[in-house]
Each structure stands twice: as structure tokens, then as C-alpha cells.
Design a binder for this molecule. Structure first.
Ligand code: N01
Length: 536
């Protein structure tokens, strides 16, 4: 379509067709809004469309890591495993698209490049990279928090004669590692999930580790039919519990401090929770994330587990995280990760000691040695939380640029709206619980709040909603103060923007918990959208 052709006129443009975009489309269309979703990929699924690396699976129980909005869907859907694998989650996303007939209002294979607000009409013009334009009252960014893969700036990659991949942009046809010499760079969740699977196939696997991470066992397995039946018999009540919980998932949370308990008692409780697997360990005591001495007990406990599992003591020491408190980088959940280092075909390179200097045509050269590879896998993470939003050149009121506004870190009111950018919503945006929660719970809460808000505006014939600057400043200060009261800022994590050279170092998620946050959002709406300007 020529660029000067008239843009399509809509009520709402949604960017992204992951779980957020699908749910927004379903809800808004049902309420009679003209809504269109624009998606960069060729299919629905978002994170689960792109992250197809071997071993990719959710690390919150699938019965929890799933949409709750349709009682029939949640009763009918069967998850084959406790933590379902990426292909099963993608099948589920596709099923939602079919079941609610969503595809007809989605444009696939189009990237939104720019969006400009017109104050005269209170409407946005949204531009796609195919030259198409849409004119809408509202724009909703449903682009996910971990959707812009990041390849580090290592020289020489363009000359590498083998194949290379990023875990977050994995080839749809899969990769056969049989007989290959493989390098994996990065030991975050994606590395920790993929390394055990790649090791089983590759001739040789070399892991390049900059920072070791804490990982707890998933104890994944096939879905137990009795457990599933019992869960489904109480699904509605259980969903309600998750909505008001801190993490947005079912876990045995204990808010009591461990400070005055005997060490043996604390260790026994950690052991019990280790045997439960997943995030249970984080919920053992209320002061793990605030009291360095209590946190150190958990650190010692996990170090002990690593030393038990890994036979070579030198390798075990390298795998023990010592530069950040437990839980301050996203906790990983694994299946056989540490044990993988006992395999003869797996080796670990400490690139903190011997940094990668260059990628050569045949492999990787560190400060200490040259290694030859057929394949390099980058498990090097994402431009988290802000990357996908800032990939769109937003121009708000008086032509203000969002990129300029966020140059020193994201600023939003409730992680939902940004002052100066009316009628623009962000699902699971920075300064909301998002990445610290079961993201599906966080998505549903945001989508429902946003849709209620848009309905509220239509009912009152309002054309403009905007976060007030004073409300935004207060919220950002509150989020930072909550973060500062924890140990989180002590780690160089992507929560802090620390994984991207030059990115402002600001703690981005809201750490006060899903339930508390939900209450705040509900109160704001009930008080006629306190902190927002609404106008016709
Ligand atoms: O990325 P990461 P990820 N040279 O940023 C290393 C979610 N997720 O894709 O720690 C060498 O965590 C980097 O080292 P360092 C989950 O929220 C969920 O693994 O910066 N190494 C680190 O080891 C997760 O937290 C699931 O020193 C470099 C790694 O690469 C988030 O996505 C599964 C480097 C990046 O780890 C991101 O996880 C997967 C460089 N220049 C992901 N740059 C589930 O289970 C970076 N690294 C649901």
C-alpha cells in the first residue's frame, strides 16, 4: 500500500499476538470495538513462537501457567507435563486463536516502526514496516518483556564459517547437533534449559560462562491424572488464590522471617522445598530477599547441592554463584543442568577469567585458548522490558519522543501508561510486577484493567486518558524504594538493565507482589482513575 494512502480507522491497535494480544483482541472485539493486532511473526504465540530452542519449557506449573478467563477452556485443556514444553504451549496459543476466531483480525509478518499522536483528534497513527498505516484511538503494546534478543558485540561473528543461532530467535525447522562441536555462550534460563538437551546430541559441547546462576530442579514429569482432576475440581478457587498471591502462581509462600530460627531448622526447610522443586525455595522465608545473612544460608545450601551433583570439584566451584545474592538474578529451574557437567563430552570455560576476544572463522578465541566449533548458540538474553516498546518510535503530545523520555530509564504510572503519551497502554510494562510474576496472571490482570478502562471511556464519551506527571513520578519513586529495600539491586541483572552496555541501571519491575498491585490498580480505577487525566 502506498504510504500516502488513507490509514485504516480503528478503535484500538494492539501490537503483538502473544497471550496478551490474543486476550486483548478477544475481549475488545466481544465488546464491539474495532480492533486490529499487528504481529511481527508469522503466527501467534509471542515468546513461545520465537523461543524454540531445545529444552524450552515454562517453569511455572502449566495448570497455573495458562489462561484463566474461559472456564470451559481451562477444564477441557490437558497439559501433558507438569511444566509443558514449548511446542505444547505453542499448540495452546494456536488453539486459543482458532477457538475464538482471532486470526481474521491479525496482520502477521508486520513490524510496527512508529506511532504518532495527534492532539487535535486524540488519535494515534501507527506505521508498519510494510508501508501500511492504522489510525486508532488507542494503542496497546502487547510486545512482551523478553522479546528483543541480544547478540553481544563480539568481533568476528560475520566471518564465522559455521552456523550460529540465538535461543530467542530459533529456526522453525530445528537444529540437528548430531556429531557437531557446539559452543553455548550464556548460562541464564535459556542456556540452563538448552545445555542438557544439546549435550545429549552434540559430539562435544563447550559452555562459555561469564556468571554462574542459581538453578533449582524442576522435577518435571508427565501430568499426574489424579492431580489434574483434583486441581480442575477446584480450578476457580485456585485461580482466585493466584490472582491475589505475591507471585501470581501457586506456591507455599511463607512471609515469616528466618532471622531468629536455628540454622538447622532453616536448612531442613530449604531441603523440603528443594524436593518440591521450582520456585518453592524462594518462598521459604519472608526475609530471604531482604536480609543478606539469611540469603547467605540459601546460597550455602545451593552451593552444597552443586558440589554434591558435579563430580569435578574445580568445575563445581566454577558453577557456584558467588557474586550475587540468591534470587537477585532470575532464578533458573532446570532438568539435569548441573549433572550435565559430569558428561565426557561437556566442558566449561570461565570467560570471566579468560574473556572471549574474538569469534574466528572456525570458532572462538578467548584470552587463554582457541576453540573450534561447527555451531555457536547465543543464549545471551534480551533487551528486557523496554526493548520492544522503544523499538517503536513513539511521538506523543507536542511531538515528545518516548526514546528521549526513557533515556535515563523507563518512567510510567503503574506500568500501564506514560505521561505525555495519551491513549497508549503497555501490557506488563516496566514498573508493574510482570517479570517477577507468573506472566500469564500479570497479563490477564493488565488486559482486564485496560479493557475496563477503554469501556469506561466509551460509556462516558471520553477520547483522552493520560497518566499525570505527578502520579507517574510518585509511582516510579515508590517502585524504586521498594526495590531498594531488597537485595535485587546488588546483582548485575537484566531486571536492572545491567546486561546491556550503556542501558540505564534502574530496577524495572514492581516488587510489591501481584495481589498488592492488583489492589492498587483496582482502587485507582474505582476512584475515577486517580492519577490519570480523562477528557473528551
Ligand atoms: O537470558 P539471561 P536468558 N559475553 O539474560 C550471558 C526468561 N526465560 O535468555 O550473567 C558472555 O538471563 C549472561 O552473562 P551475565 C526468564 O525470565 C524463561 O537465559 O550477564 N556472556 C547470562 O549468563 C529469564 O531470566 C524461561 O554475566 C554473556 C546469559 O548470557 C529471561 O527469559 C526460559 C554476554 C544471558 O542470560 C532471560 O533468560 C528462558 C557476553 N557479552 C528464559 N552477554 C522459562 O523457563 C550476556 N551473556 C519460562
Amino acid at each position: 500500500m502506498p504510504v500516502d494512502a488513507k490509514p485504516e480507522t480503528l478503535d484500538v491497535v494492539v501490537v503483538g499476538a502473544g497471550f496478551s494480544g490474543l486476550y486483548l483482541l478477544h475481549w475488545l472485539r466481544k465488546d464491539g470495538f474495532a480492533v486490529h493486532v499487528i504481529e511481527a511473526g508469522d503466527d501467534v504465540g509471542g515468546t513461545w513462537y520465537w523461543n524454540r530452542y531445545p529444552g524450552a519449557r515454562c517453569d511455572i506449573m502449566s495448570l497455573d501457567y495458562s489462561m484463566s478467563f474461559d472456564p470451559q477452556l481451562q477444564q477441557e485443556w490437558h497439559w501433558p507435563e507438569r511444566y509443558s514444553a514449548q511446542p505444547d504451549i505453542l499448540v495452546y496459543a494456536r488453539h486459543i486463536a482458532e477457538r475464538f476466531d482471532l486470526r481474521r483480525d491479525i496482520s502477521f509478518g508486520v513490524k510496527v516502526t512508529a506511532a504518532t499522536f495527534d492532539e487535535g483528534s486524540d488519535r494515534w497513527t501507527v506505521e508498519g514496516d510494510d508501508g501500511r498505516r492504522w489510525n486508532a484511538r488507542h494503542v496497546i503494546m502487547a510486545t512482551g518483556c523478553l522479546s528483543v534478543p541480544r547478540i553481544p558485540d563480539v568481533p568476528g561473528l560475520e566471518d564465522f564459517r559455521g552456523d550460529w543461532y540465538h535461543t530467542g530467535d530459533w529456526p522453525h525447522e530445528g537444529v540437528d547437533f548430531t556429531g557437531k562441536k557446539v559452543a553455548v555462550i550464556g548460562t541464564g534460563s535459556s542456556g540452563i534449559q538448552s545445555i542438557p538437551v544439546i549435550a545429549q546430541q552434540a559430539a562435544e559441547l563447550t559452555v562459555f560462562q561469564r556468571t554462574p546462576n542459581f538453578s533449582v530442579p524442576a522435577w518435571n514429569g508427565p501430568m499426574d491424572p489424579a492431580f489434574e482432576a483434583e486441581h480442575k475440581a477446584h480450578y476457580d478457587e485456585l485461580r482466585e488464590v493466584t490472582r491475589w498471591s505475591a507471585g501470581g502462581y501457586l506456591v507455599e509462600d511463607n512471609n515469616d522471617p528466618a532471622r531468629h530460627l536455628p540454622r538447622e531448622e532453616i536448612e531442613a526447610e530449604l531441603e523440603r522445598r528443594w524436593q518440591q522443586g521450582g520456585f518453592s525455595l524462594l518462598g521459604a522465608y519472608g526475609d530471604i530477599m531482604t536480609d543478606l545473612e539469611i540469603n547467605a544460608i540459601v546460597v550455602d545450601f545451593v552451593h552444597g547441592k552443586i558440589r554434591e551433583k558435579v563430580k569435578d570439584p574445580a568445575v563445581a566451584e566454577l558453577l557456584c554463584p558467588k557474586d550475587h545474592p540468591f534470587g537477585t538474578k532470575r532464578l533458573c529451574v532446570d532438568t539435569g543442568y548441573y549433572e550435565t557437567y559430569n558428561r565426557d563430552n561437556v566442558s566449561l570455560v570461565d570467560i570471566r577469567k579468560a574473556p572471549i576476544e574474538t569469534i574466528t572463522p572456525t570458532g572462538i578465541r578467548t584470552a587463554q585458548a582457541e576453540h573450534d566449533f561447527d555451531v555457536i548458540v547465543f543464549a545471551t538474553g534480551f533487551d528486557a522490558m523496554t526493548g520492544a516498546i522503544l523499538n517503536v518510535d513513539f511521538k506523543g503530545r507536542q511531538g515528545a519522543s518516548l526514546r528521549e523520555k526513557w533515556a535515563h530509564g523507563p518512567r510510567s504510572y503503574l506500568g500501564l501508561m506514560v505521561s505525555g503519551f495519551p491513549n497508549l497502554f503497555t501490557v506488563t510494562g516496566p514498573q508493574s510486577p510482570s517479570v517477577l510474576a507468573n506472566v500469564i496472571t500479570a497479563i490477564e490482570q493488565h488486559v482486564e484493567w485496560i479493557c475496563d478502562c477503554i469501556n469506561h471511556m466509551r460509556d462516558r464519551q471520553l477520547s483522552h486518558i493520560e497518566a499525570r506527571k505527578d502520579a507517574e513520578d510518585k509511582w516510579v519513586d515508590h517502585v524504586i524504594a521498594l526495590g531498594d529495600a531488597t537485595l535485587y539491586p546488588q546483582a548485575n541483572s537484566w531486571y536492572m538493565g545491567a546486561n546491556i552496555p550503556g542501558k540505564p541501571r534502574v530496577f524495572m519491575p514492581y516488587v510489591g507482589g501481584c495481589g498488592t498491585y492488583r489492589k492498587v490498580c483496582d482502587q485507582v480505577a474505582a476512584e475515577n482513575y486517580r492519577g490519570f487525566e480523562l477528557a473528551s
